[in-house]
Design a protein around this ligand. Structure first.
Ligand code: ADP
Length: 754
């Protein structure tokens, strides 16, 4: 090889070494640039796009000498490309117009799809424009716009590759920044939501707290109101008890005097005021039954009504109720029928209350039916394994409108106002009946059609559960019958006592003749009984059932004996007529019957009911029990109320008693020092403590301790109160619950005793 050739060869080697050195340096620079890109991601993450563009620009400047930089961002709303940042400041208009031109000639859209640098000539001929899309995998974020001089137009792969990487990183940094913004925004709105919700919950908690405190207050107020209501209910009950007692007292006096007046005027053959006295009598009785109803209602409402549950013969009960309603049925020309199976058996229930309900239902049926049928039918019924007794009271009367049936069982409700005018009544009967039946775990229901008739059904469990409040029955006086005359004596108002001698002048002691009236159809029996009584030195007169009342009015016997026929109701209706006649009501009646009719006879006002064939010894003893004293027997009446004392005195005097009066314990004992009476009537109404003191003192005196005492009480006595009275008290009459006839019958038991 020549020298020239050798030097040429070494020159080209030098050039190649230089080129390779330059290339290595370039690659090292490229590597360094790429490693510094992390800054872009890191710094751009949280900042706004302009900061990202600034960092990107500083990196790009190291690769190429750009004269102009422009960064476009895609607007989220309309997808338009907005120039966000540019360098130098005055280049904006030029960039905008160049880009408009490139959009128009399609270069811009071409560049969008390339994901690499697209180089085009600028309008200034010696310059080139580089467009590079800023895109991530999922979406385009913007466009890079750069201008370089044509000298650097030698943009080879070694330049364009890092350029693309930088701009792609910029696109990802923009996306991160955008997502971060989105995340930040969502976070902020979530925080706001949480804040608002927390406020809402706090408000709700506050409202709830307030509500709870209001509720607590309301609960307290309710408790106070409940206590007050209970006190008021108790006060109402006591008030009703007191007021009704206050009303009953003078009312009883009015009725008692009315009866005496009726009797005396009839005796004197004077009928001047007969109708007026009858009106007073019936108005008084209506008022009395109204007061009794109100009292009953108040007792049931306040839970003070006590039940006395006992074993009852259902058939006898039904017969007794139907029997006592017969006169009322006949008054309206109604036929009263009873349909009760013989084998219906027994039930556990409160006889007085069941009778009260049935008498009300049957009484209504008779009242609202004219010349029709009234039927009491009794049946047993099983509902879901429980046994019930149903009493259906049907009538063919006026019936009740469907609308009016709804409020029928409310207090003081009548089907329509015309009913009150035409038929009277208070509208309390059904209300009481339903409440009583429910108290016994039963009910009263109605089915009725206007103009056709009604059926009221009393349903009661065969065995009223033991959970029902009950009371022992010690006062065995006959139960109240609403159509029987009820005599209750007054009390209170201390006034001057009247002298005994002047009273006896006013009323003759003996009005009844010393004769027994025997009412019987059968001549054989009549003969037999008459012979027996006469043999025992009684005077006897006889009458058939038809002439019974007339004969009684004529001869005024001291005792009446009625022989009942099994297949006839005439004996019962004679008894009813006797008891409804003021002149005859006090005469004791002994019934003779083949069956056990005791409950029915008691309810109808008979003094005794003896079974046939007669136990003659018992018959004689019973007759003697009611024998009037042949000469005046003394009775002591301890009562501080003048009107009441006066009433009772008159009745006893008419009975033939010699009456000793005492308005206080002290006066009573003074009187007892002189005379030992055959009996003492003691009124406990004004002061039970005084009464007990009197009885205790009495029991300590040897001569007096066996004198029988009849006590009169204003209210039902508990078993304890009854035992406080001691054994000397042979009978307690509860005011409002006994008949005058019952009282007289009782007094006669002691008249002839020595
Ligand atoms: P009273 O009969 O004293 O008015 P009740 O409570 O016993 O009170 O009855 C309320 C009303 O129900 C009566 O006034 C009457 O209008 C109606 N009523 C009750 N029973 C019958 C009946 N059997 N037929 C027609 N109406 C009746």
């Amino acid at each position: 090889m020549s020298v020239d050739e050798t030097s040429k060869d070494s020159n080209s080697k030098e050039l190649r070494v230089k080129y390779l050195e330059g290339l290595v340096q370039w690659y090292l620079f490229g590597m360094e640039t790429l490693t510094s890109l992390g800054e872009l991601q890191h710094e751009a993450g949280v900042k706004d796009p302009r900061e990202t563009f600034r960092i990107c620009q500083s990196h790009l400047e190291r690769i190429l000498r750009f004269e102009v930089f422009g960064f476009f961002l895609v607007n989220d709303g309309d997808n338009d490309f907005i120039l966000e940042q540019w360098t130098p400041d005055e280049a904006k208009a030029n960039i905008q117009s160049e880009v408009d031109r490139l959009i128009e000639d399609g270069t811009f859209s071409w560049a969008l799809n390339q994901n690499r640098s697209v180089v085009v000539k600028s309008r200034e001929r010696d310059k080139s424009i580089i467009l590079h899309v800023l895109t991530t995998k999922s979406r385009i974020r913007g466009m890079f716009y750069g201008v370089v001089s044509d000298e650097t137009d030698n943009i080879n792969e070694a330049i364009s590759y890092p350029l693309s990487i930088i701009l792609q990183n910029t696109a990802y940094a923009l996306e991160s920044s955008y997502l971060y913004g989105l995340y930040y925004e969502q976070n902020r709105s979530l925080e706001e939501k949480v804040r608002l919700r927390t406020l809402e919950l706090e408000e709700q908690a506050r409202i709830m707290k307030e509500e709870i405190s209001y509720r607590n207050l309301a609960e307290e107020a309710l408790m106070v109101a409940k206590d007050e209501a209970e006190v008021a209910a108790r006060a109402k009950g006591e008030f009703l008890d007191n007021v009704s007692h206050e009303i009953r007292t003078p009312l009883n006096a009015i009725l008692g005097f009315c009866e005496i007046l009726q009797y005396e005027m009839e005796e004197a053959g004077n009928s001047d005021f007969k109708d007026e006295l009858k009106s007073i009598d019936s108005a008084g009785k209506h008022l009395l039954s109204l007061i009794n109803d109100i009292l009953d209602l108040s007792k049931v409402q306040s839970g003070r009504m006590e039940l006395h549950i006992e074993n009852l013969d259902i058939q006898s009960l039904a017969q007794m109720v139907a029997g006592s309603l017969r006169p009322l049925a006949e008054k309206n020309e109604n036929q009263l029928l009873l349909d009760c199976p013989k084998d219906i058996g027994y039930m556990m229930g409160d006889e007085t209350r069941i009778r009260q309900i049935l008498l009300n239902l049957l009484g209504n049926a008779c009242k609202f039916t004219q010349a029709g049928d009234v039927l009491l039918s009794v049946r047993r019924n099983a509902v879901r394994g429980r046994q019930y007794v149903c009493f259906d009271v049907s009538d063919t009367g006026i019936g009740i409108d469907m609308e009016d049936q709804e409020g029928l069982f409310d207090e003081f409700t009548q089907a329509d106002s015309s009913t009150t005018r035409k038929y009277g009544g208070s509208g309390l009967g059904l209300a009481i009946s339903r409440r009583l039946s429910r108290l016994m775990k039963g009910d009263v229901t109605v089915k009725s059609e206007l103009g056709k008739g009604s059926t009221f059904t009393l349903t009661l469990p065969l065995d009223v559960s033991r959970s029902v409040k009950t009371t022992p029955d010690f006062a065995d006086e006959p139960a109240r019958a609403p159509f029987d005359y009820e005599w209750k004596e007054p009390s209170l108002s201390p006034e001057e006592p009247r002298t005994q001698s002047s009273d006896e002048k006013t009323l003759p002691a003996e009005r009844e003749r010393d004769v027994i009236l025997l009412i019987d159809e059968d001549p054989m029996v009549r003969h037999l009984i008459t012979r027996f009584l006469k043999k025992n030195e009684f005077e006897v007169e006889m009458a058939s059932v038809q002439e019974g009342i007339q004969k009684a009015l004529e001869i005024r016997p001291w005792l009446i004996v009625i022989d009942l026929k099994t297949d006839s109701l005439e004996g019962w209706s004679t008894l009813n007529n006797l008891k409804n006649n003021p002149a005859l009501t006090t005469i004791p009646v002994i019934l003779l019957s083949l069956q056990d009719e005791k409950p029915k006879s008691e309810a109808s006002g008979a003094a005794e009911c003896l079974r046939k064939p007669l136990d003659w010894e018992l018959f004689l003893k019973t007759v003697q029990t009611y024998r009037k004293p042949l000469e005046s027997s003394a009775a002591l009446l301890v009562q501080n109320d003048l009107i009441c004392r006066e009433m009772m005195r008159k009745i006893l005097v008419m009975e033939g008693w010699k009456v000793l009066l005492a308005e206080s314990n002290k006066v009573a004992f003074t009187s007892l020092e002189e005379t030992i009476p055959k009996m003492i009537i003691l009124d406990l109404t004004s002061s039970q403590a005084d009464g007990i003191q009197f009885l205790q003192q009495l029991s300590k005196i040897e001569e007096l301790k066996d004198v029988p005492v009849l006590a009169l009480s204003g209210n039902e006595l508990s078993l304890e109160e009854r035992s406080d009275l001691g054994d000397g008290v042979v009978k307690v009459f509860q005011k409002g619950n006994y008949t005058k006839a019952a009282l007289i019958s009782e007094t006669r038991k002691y008249a002839s005793k020595s």
